[in-house]
Design a protein around this ligand. Structure first.
Ligand SMILES: *[C@@H]1O[C@H](CO)[C@@H](O)[C@H](O)[C@H]1NC(C)=O
Ligand SMILES: *[C@@H]1O[C@H](CO)[C@@H](O)[C@H](O)[C@H]1NC(C)=O
Ligand SMILES: *[C@@H]1O[C@H](CO)[C@@H](O)[C@H](O)[C@H]1NC(C)=O
Length: 481
């Protein structure tokens, strides 16, 4: 049920849309004769239209009474005329209704745009009249599928730009009406020479700004890759572009001209030859392999260190964080020490040769030291034994020292006395030598008198008390005397 309802709804919606988008046209059919085309059976549009979007420009059906024996297939001309109709977009599906159109005329239709796709179905088209509409651009290749065209009227539109090759494939073109446009105001009426003149004027006056802009952009981009092979193509494009606007007097084209000149000036400096590409390729390869090696080496180093890291990094990290402020504080110190280190450097350089000279001496002294060593070992116990003795003599020495200091001035004072007595001694010496024999001679005499003296001594001792007794008598006699 539900599916059915949805289906019905969708179908109705589609139908409504269909009705809304498409238009029915009403034709008045008749036969006419035209200079360019000859006799035609035409549909002269009768109803008013209001086509304001591309979607609503689809012609759904046509009604009207054909001449006897004629059908839609006999219609060779579709003709719309009148300012009451609004046909902003070229009618679609017209080719399916009238399959043999040679002639299309939409005059006073307010047509805004005409595209190659609009005209593509009408390959037998001989006559196109779009007189008095609002067309501004004629794109390149607009008539690419209409080579039979003899008559083209675009008079009294608002054409600013005409693609460079719009009319180039129309070899049969004999009428070209372009008067009453913004960039061109010229007709060629049944005169192919005049048509060529009009086309030439269109090329110089109605250059297609966006087209040229696009082509310039392409050229600018291609400059990056121009090599010696593509250079000729590049130059051809350059020349084409030049001819497209060199005769143009429209001020809008001046920036394009400047850009073109820039490309032209730039051109000779940027030719990439095969050699250049080869060089670039080799450099690229070199760099690539370098990178590959570096990556491999780094990968290998990381792989080999991976195990060590696993254990150390976790422990190292907090330590590193703690050392960081220290390293910041040591930095100014290092900066201050730097000039000092610079000053020490020449000194070090000067000491270096001295050190070098020392080295052989050290080498030579080494065996001597080895020979001395056993002796030293033997003297060592002796030294150990003398050590306590030395320790004991030390206080003694300390005590004798002040004594020595005190005797010193005495010695100094006796020095001159000794010097003075010396000559006296020398002088007494011969006297002494001379008295010596006398003394030797008196000695035995003395030895001989000694016993006499010893014998007199007791006599003396015996006389002494007599003397002591005589003394007071003497003292009494003295005053009498
Ligand atoms: C064409 O259609 C209109 C209405 O849309 C109608 O009035 C007219 O009779 C039709 N003409 C013919 C010839 O069928
Ligand atoms: C065709 O046009 C050219 C240039 O405008 C003119 O010189 C020539 O006479 C014309 N030919 C005819 C037959 O009118
Ligand atoms: C531009 O003008 C010169 C002569 O002024 C002419 O020879 C040349 O063909 C013209 N080029 C174009 C593209 O119209």
């Amino acid at each position: 049920m539900a599916i059915k309802e949805i289906f019905v709804f969708v179908a109705c919606f589609a139908m409504l849309c269909g009705f809304g988008d498409s238009v029915d046209i009403q034709c008045d059919y008749g036969t006419y004769s035209w200079t360019a085309v000859g006799d035609v059976y035409l549909c002269f549009l009768q109803n008013t239209l209001n086509i304001k979007s591309r979607e609503s420009a689809v012609i759904n059906s046509v009604n009207g009474s054909h001449s006897s024996g004629k059908s839609n297939a006999d219609v060779t001309c579709f003709w719309s005329w009148g300012s009451s109709r609004v046909i902003e977009y070229f009618p679609r599906n017209l080719d399916n209704i009238f399959t043999n159109l040679k002639m299309i005329g939409i005059r006073h239709g307010r047509l805004k745009k005409i595209q190659q796709s609009d005209l593509r179905p009408f390959t037998k088209l001989v006559y196109l009249n779009l007189y008095q509409n609002d067309i501004e651009f004629l794109e390149d290749g607009l008539f690419a599928y209409n080579p039979e065209l003899k008559f083209v009227s675009l008079s009294y539109n608002k054409i600013i730009h005409i693609g460079f090759q719009v009319f180039d494939n129309l070899n049969k073109l004999t009428w070209l009406w372009l008067c009453g446009n913004t960039c061109i105001n010229m007709d060629a009426d049944n005169n192919q020479t005049a048509v060529k003149e009009v086309i030439s004027q269109a090329k110089s006056k109605c250059l297609d700004y966006p087209e040229i802009d696009k082509d310039l952009q392409k050229l600018e981009n291609s400059l990056l890759y121009v090599n010696s092979e593509s250079l000729s193509i590049f130059d051809q494009n350059l020349q084409n572009l030049q001819s497209r606007f060199q005769n143009s007097t429209i001020s809008q084209y001046l920036p394009l001209k400047d850009r073109f000149q820039a490309i032209k000036n730039w051109r000779p400096k940027n030719i990439w030859t095969k050699k250049d590409y080869l060089k670039l390729l080799m450099i690229g390869c070199g760099v690539f392999w370098c990178l590959v090696y570096v990556v491999l080496i780094v990968a290998f180093l990381r792989w080999s260190k991976d195990d060590d890291k696993k254990f150390t990094t976790s422990r190292k990290e907090p330590v590193l964080q703690r050392t960081e402020p220290l390293s910041k504080r040591t930095e100014p110190v290092l900066q201050r020490t730097e000039p000092l280190s610079k000053r020490t450097e020449p000194v070090l350089q000067r000491t270096e040769p001295l050190l070098q000279r020392k080295e052989p001496l050290l080498q030579r002294s080494e065996p001597l030291l080895q020979r001395i060593e056993p002796h030293a070992q033997r003297t060592e116990p002796h030294l150990q034994r003398t050590e306590p003795l030395l320790q004991r003599t030390e206080p003694v020495l300390q005590r004798t020292e002040p004594l020595l200091q005190r005797t010193e001035p005495l010695l100094q004072r006796t020095g001159p006395v000794l010097q003075r007595t010396e000559p006296l001694l020398q002088r007494t010496e011969p006297h002494l030598q001379r008295t010596e024999p006398h003394l030797q001679r008196t000695e035995p005499v003395l030895q001989r008198t000694e016993p006499h003296l010893q014998r007199t001594e007791p006599l003396l001792q015996r006389t002494e008390p007599h003397l002591q007794r005589t003394e007071p008598h003497l003292q009494r006699i003295e005053p009498l005397l």
